[in-house]
Design a protein around this ligand. Structure first.
Ligand SMILES: [Zn+2]
Ligand SMILES: [Zn+2]
Length: 472
């Protein structure tokens, strides 16, 4: 072999039939302006040919498995040996990419939370579970034999108003018994109830013994229908067993439609914070930025963010603010505080300058995305158009976690997924080591934990342990 690598007649892409000699076993730096053909020479010619020759030297089986690069447009290359290329890759600027998504650790964490996480009512913190009709029947069958209980559907929560049509509605469905707070009451007495009571419809009364399964299932199903997904089995001695079909809070605060891996992703509507669409940042328009020249009146163009005062949009906004009693011809800075706030924040009947701008930006982004637009481009466009009138702020609704409150209600050993995402990778690994898994879940969960551990260990080995999963 020659001491040098000699390339003759390289014509790949924009290379102009060049010939050059590179020393072997030495570090060679290829520099030049963008577009001058550095990559065409190094990757598309030198590496491509080295790789191609190497693959050709292998067995037929290996050749089929390995990707073969096409023969580059070059006269001849001498002194070439098998080549390895390590390419720089421009890091993604995608606003939805974080350390967690890029390393796929988030994917495993989401499945982990959907598998062993416990969701809670975001308002009162009660743990929420879901029980199918069959599961409720099974639970009831485990009560001591002979236990007498009623199947009840809560229909009016304590403190809520009793709907006027309720008695007639229930009568038409054939129900006669209610439980009002702790007392059993006939439907006929419903009209005389004091305000603020809670009302359950008593659907059936049973005692635990063989052969009640189908009757019980029917009653539970009916209760789910009447109450919107909750049922109570109330023992005659007063003990209560409450079940929810779909992760609903018994006090009616909230329900979580589905607990799946998507719930724990800020890149799906199920899990994303609705205010920032899962970006963790919101565009906050401020008076100082949106009203660039307060010495102008509103009519003369004080609100630069609306565009030119002659435009239809500007005029329509102006008209609404005028009807709210704001002086349109006084310089903006001379308006009294109340008028200024009215113009900026809006009132009952109209939208002020700042909420209007926020809404327009959000609607624009949603429309473009629904049309299949590229999110990076859409956000870039908004930055160009509106960036000068607004600041990007941590979303106050989700505290920048990007997740909605349902997603953040899921906990494993007391920790929510957004809390874990904010930990340093070393601390996260430490936490994972301590996760206790029940024997029934062991088989499903062990591979997940292992995948996360492997990735964390790798990141720490290459010196990235100081990062957290939520880092953009
Ligand atoms: Zn609740
Ligand atoms: Zn948010």
């Amino acid at each position: 072999m020659t001491a040098d690598i000699v390339i003759r007649g390289a014509r790949e892409h924009n290379l102009k039939n060049i010939t050059l000699r590179l020393p072997r076993g030495r570090l060679t730096v290829v520099t030049g302006p963008s577009g001058s053909g550095k990559s065409s020479l190094v990757f598309d010619t030198l590496y491509a040919e080295g790789q191609r020759r190497y693959v050709e030297s292998l067995s037929g089986h290996a050749r089929r498995v390995l990707t073969k690069l096409k023969r580059p447009d070059v006269g001849v290359i001498e002194g070439l040996c098998p080549a390895i290329a390590v390419r720089e890759r421009a890091p993604s600027r995608n606003p939805r990419s974080t350390v967690g998504t890029l390393t796929e650790i988030n994917d495993y964490m989401r499945v982990l939370f959907a598998t062993i996480g416990q969701v809670h009512c975001p308002i009162c913190g009660e743990p929420l579970t879901a029980h199918s009709v069959a599961q409720v029947v099974h639970q009831a069958s485990r009560l001591p034999g002979g236990t007498r209980f009623a199947v009840q559907a809560p229909i009016v929560r304590a403190g809520a108003a009793v709907p006027r049509e309720l008695a007639a509605d229930l009568r038409s469905k054939g129900f006669v018994r209610l439980r009002v707070d702790d007392a059993l009451v006939d439907l006929e007495d419903l009209g005389t109830l004091p305000a603020g009571v809670s009302v359950d419809v008593v659907i059936d009364r049973l005692s635990v013994r063989d052969g009640i399964a189908s009757r019980l299932a029917e009653a539970v199903e009916l209760a789910y229908q009447l109450s919107g997904g909750v049922v109570e089995l109330r023992e005659r001695e007063g003990k209560r067993h409450r079940f929810s079909e779909q992760y609903a809070c018994f006090d009616g605060h909230a329900s979580i439609p589905r607990v799946t891996p998507q719930l724990f992703s800020f890149n799906t509507p199920l899990g994303a914070c609705a205010d920032c669409d899962g970006l963790g940042l919101t565009r906050k328009f401020t008076a100082e930025l949106a009203v660039t020249d307060p010495s102008l009146s509103l009519r003369r163009g004080a609100v630069t963010a609306w565009g030119k005062p002659s435009l239809a949009y500007y005029r329509s906004m102006l008209e609404k603010i005028g009807t709210a009693g704001v002086d349109l011809d006084e310089p903006f800075e001379k308006l009294d505080e109340k008028q200024r706030r009215t113009a900026l924040d809006g009132g009952e009947r109209f939208e002020g300058v700042l909420p209007g701008l926020e809404r327009r930006a959000r609607e624009y982004a949603r429309r473009k995305l629904a049309e299949g637009g590229d999110e990076e481009r859409v956000l870039e466009f908004l930055d160009e158009e509106l960036g000068q009138f607004a600041r990007m702020e941590t979303c106050p609704k989700c505290d920048g976690s990007r997740l909605n409150r349902n997603a953040r209600s899921g906990r494993i050993e007391g920790r929510a997924i957004d809390e874990l995402s904010a930990l340093g990778l070393g601390d996260l690994q430490g936490w994972l080591e301590g996760v206790q898994v029940s024997p029934q879940r062991e088989a499903a969960v062990r591979p997940l934990l292992q995948s996360v551990r492997d990735r964390l260990a790798f990141l720490r080995r290459v010196g990235l342990g100081y990062l957290s999963l939520d880092r953009s």
